[in-house]
Structures are given as structure tokens and as C-alpha cells.
Design a protein around this ligand. Structure first.
Ligand code: URA
Length: 433
């Protein structure tokens, strides 16, 4: 088999066979295919696309390019959720304990922040002592013992994706449905869950800016998961505004705790209850409506919060900050951002909000950067809220006062103030089953 022929076939609109896709991904992984041929094929895929069969084959080849987890020694049904990435998205910290407190196992591998989006592993590391690296044995034992564990990716999952993503990033080929779907699902399927709920974000804070594109991606990923034998659902949720009011790491953990106490922002609470309900329902706990009621009860009776504490304790974290989030180390400085006009908050550029938080130190510009866990943003006004001139719309937190100017500028540029209230947008656009 020759890479030249595979590139030519796709360039001319042909359908690649499983063998050709396998040859390509093996060659990417072992370094035998040069970057110029890899990127030529990526560009051909970008223009010509792939059908569902090719996309499934690409996904499975990516999944099989590295380590895979074996959860067969976990007793009971395993369910997971996966978000395509957003701003203020702390749902995993709320959903995993809810689902686990209701008897479904959550063996969760999470990622770190990427660009303007946050990552669950970074948020958990805001809790002093919390170990996001466990051996596979420790991880499985903890899930069997308390029902949940959340770790970062320590093994080499889907190394082919690492290489492909790096090349896509510099050759303008990220934005391709089969390449995105196979990248996300190739990594997700390396873990061994029975049920997966995808939270496909849509809007200015996500990499899918339109609902139609998000729907298309969701359908494709559901199809891929099903052909791998998983029970799948995808929700399309709004990212035209940050989720909840907190953006940052410690501040997002605090907001997740408030949500588990039943005092969270309504948008975050609704998305969490819905995600949890679909996970529970896929795991056989009842209809989605019944599972919503179960999820709400797990918040009301405190069992979900108790589960988060158990998990934090088991992974060596300081539980006192979960009991009382005001014990999180605070940033040295804060600054209130005032509204330049009276009116209503209209459309916001959520990605720019994420970048403002990053500029305060809450995220990374490069993989090597360290994170300031106490930095971030607390929003006082969101889309649809009425605001007076000079009223505070957000509070910024940082340990270096010089960072405020840039972040404030970004936030104000990203916020429109209009004279009439904007038409309300749905929080959950669709469910793909
Ligand atoms: N996230 C991924 O993991 N891969 C993509 O291609 C896009 C988003």
C-alpha cells in the first residue's frame, strides 16, 4: 500500500477502505509517514469529507493507536459524560457525584484546559492535595469502593490523535466534521464505559458556532459510539453565554459545590440535572423524567454533595474547601467591571470571556504554563439582565494587578449593552438519541 495512492483516492472523492485508513493511522503513530503526506490527506479529507463508515474506521483506528482501559473489573454499569468544551463548564463536578450517589459508576478521565476553554482536571487541582493521577488499579478500586473517581489522562491514549491534532492545528484542517468526531470519540472510546452522554456545546464559546453544525457533529458522534456498542445520547447546549457565573478554577469548584447544595445558578443547575438524568436513564434507572426527579432528590437530600466529599477525600484532597468554599485561597486583588451604559446585556462573545479569564492567569497560553487557581471572573450580569450605567457587571480576580486592564478591555468589548431585552435563547437546543 502506498500513501500516495491513498491521498490521490481521497483527493478525487473516493471512499477509503478500512485497510487504507488503518495503514494511514498506523503510519502516523509509528512515524513512518512523513508530515507532508499526512497533511495532504488531512486536507483532502477536509475538502472531500468522509462517510459514516470511513469516519467510524478512522475513529477506531485512532482509539486503537495507544493504550485502552479495561473496566471489566468495575462492578455495575459505567456511565460517563463528555463536553466538547466551553467557558464556565463545571458540569462534571456536579454530574459525576449525582450519578454516582444514585448507584451508577462514574470512572471519569478528564482533560485540562485548552485555549479559552477550562478543563475539569485543572479545576480539581485547585483543591489542595487532590491527586489527579492514580494508577489503573487505584482508579478501579476507588470506583468499586465509593462509586466514582476523576483523573487526568496518564496513559498514552490515542497517540495518533495527538500527532494529527498538532498537524491540523497548523494546516487549517481542524474544522472538519469527520476529523473532529474521530478525534473526540477516538479518545473517549479508549475508556471502557457502557453509556456515554455527550454535551455538544454550541455558540460563541464553543468551537461549533452554529446549532446546525453542532447537531451534525452530535449525530455523527452518537453514530460512532453506537457502532462501538455504547449506549449514546448527545445534548446540544448553549455556549453563547458562559455556563453559570464563575469562570476560573477555584471559583468554579465553589460554584459546583453551591449547585450540589441546591443554590447554584439556574442555567448550570438545569444543564447538570439534564445531563445526569440522561446518564442515569441510559444506565437503566428509569425514564428521563424519573431520572430528573432522582437527580434533584440527590441534591436536596445532600447525598450528591456527600459523594463529592468522599471522592475528594479518597483522592487526597482538602475536604474543608468543599465543606466551606470560602476557605479556598483568595486572589490578592479584585476589580469590579462597570457597565458603560444603561440597558440590557445582549449578545456576549463567550470565547472572549474565556480568554479574559486566561489573561488573568486562570488558563494556559502554552502547555507548559502554570495556572493561578485563585484567578478568574465572577459574572454579576448575564445576557438578558437589566443593567444601570456604572453598575458592576463582573468582578475580576488576579494576583497581579497589571493583568486587570487587558482582561477588563476584553470583557467590555465582548459584551453588548442594548436598549431592549434580547429574545431569550434556549439553554438546551436538542437531544440526539
Ligand atoms: N476536541 C478534540 O479533542 N478534537 C477536535 O478535533 C476538536 C475538539
Amino acid at each position: 500500500m502506498r500513501m500516495y495512492d491513498i491521498i490521490k483516492k481521497k483527493r478525487d472523492g473516493g471512499e477509503l477502505s478500512e485497510e487504507e485508513i488503518g495503514f494511514f493511522v498506523r503510519g502516523v503513530t509509528d512515524g513512518s509517514i512523513p508530515d507532508y503526506q499526512i497533511t495532504a490527506l488531512l486536507m483532502a479529507i477536509y475538502y472531500r469529507g468522509m462517510n459514516v463508515r470511513e469516519t467510524c474506521d478512522l475513529t477506531f483506528a485512532v482509539r486503537d493507536s495507544g493504550d485502552r482501559l479495561d473496566f471489566s473489573s468495575i462492578h455495575g454499569i459505567r456511565a460517563d459524560k463528555h463536553s466538547t468544551g466551553g467557558v464556565g463548564d463545571k458540569t462534571s463536578l456536579v454530574v459525576a457525584p449525582i450519578v454516582s450517589s444514585l448507584g451508577v459508576k462514574v470512572a471519569k478521565m478528564s482533560g485540562r484546559g485548552l485555549g479559552h476553554t477550562g478543563g475539569t482536571v485543572d479545576k480539581l487541582e485547585a483543591i489542595e492535595g487532590f491527586r489527579t493521577t492514580l494508577s489503573e488499579r487505584e482508579f478501579i478500586d476507588q470506583v468499586n469502593k465509593i462509586g466514582m473517581a476523576i483523573v487526568g489522562q496518564s496513559k498514552e491514549f490515542a497517540p495518533a490523535d495527538k500527532k494529527l491534532y498538532a498537524l491540523r492545528d497548523v494546516t487549517a484542517t481542524v474544522d472538519s466534521m469527520p476529523l473532529i468526531a474521530s478525534s473526540i470519540m477516538g479518545k473517549k472510546l479508549a475508556a471502557d464505559d457502557d453509556c456515554i452522554v455527550l454535551d455538544v456545546k454550541t455558540g460563541s464559546g464553543s468551537f461549533m458556532k452554529s446549532v446546525e453544525r453542532s447537531r451534525e457533529l452530535a449525530r455523527l458522534m452518537v453514530e460512532i459510539g453506537k457502532s462501538a456498542g455504547k449506549k449514546m445520547v448527545a445534548l446540544i447546549t448553549d455556549m453563547d453565554r458562559p455556563l453559570g457565573n464563575a469562570i476560573g478554577n477555584a471559583t468554579e469548584v465553589a460554584e459546583a459545590v453551591e449547585t450540589l447544595k441546591g443554590r447554584g445558578p439556574s442555567d448550570l443547575t438545569e444543564v447538570c440535572i439534564t445531563l445526569a438524568a440522561y446518564m442515569l436513564s441510559l444506565a437503566g434507572k428509569g425514564s428521563v423524567e424519573e431520572c430528573k426527579a432522582l437527580a434533584k432528590k440527590a441534591i436536596e437530600d445532600g447525598s450528591a454533595l456527600e459523594k463529592l466529599k468522599e471522592c475528594v477525600r479518597a483522592q487526597g484532597g482538602d475536604v474543608s474547601v468543599i465543606e466551606d468554599p470560602s476557605k479556598f485561597k483568595r486572589a490578592k486583588f479584585s476589580r469590579e467591571v462597570k457597565s458603560p451604559a444603561a440597558g440590557y446585556i445582549g449578545r456576549v462573545d463567550t470565547e472572549a470571556y474565556g480568554l479574559a479569564s486566561l489573561a488573568l492567569g486562570a488558563g494556559r497560553n502554552t502547555a507548559e504554563d502554570s495556572i493561578d487557581y485563585s484567578a478568574g471572573i465572577l459574572l454579576k450580569k448575564k445576557t438578558g439582565d437589566k443593567v444601570e450605567r456604572e453598575e458592576t457587571i463582573a468582578v475580576l480576580f488576579a494576583n497581579d494587578e497589571k493583568l486587570f486592564t487587558g482582561a477588563e478591555e476584553k470583557l467590555l468589548l465582548a459584551t453588548t449593552i442594548q436598549t431592549s431585552p434580547p429574545a431569550p435563547e434556549p439553554l438546551i437546543y436538542d437531544v440526539i438519541e
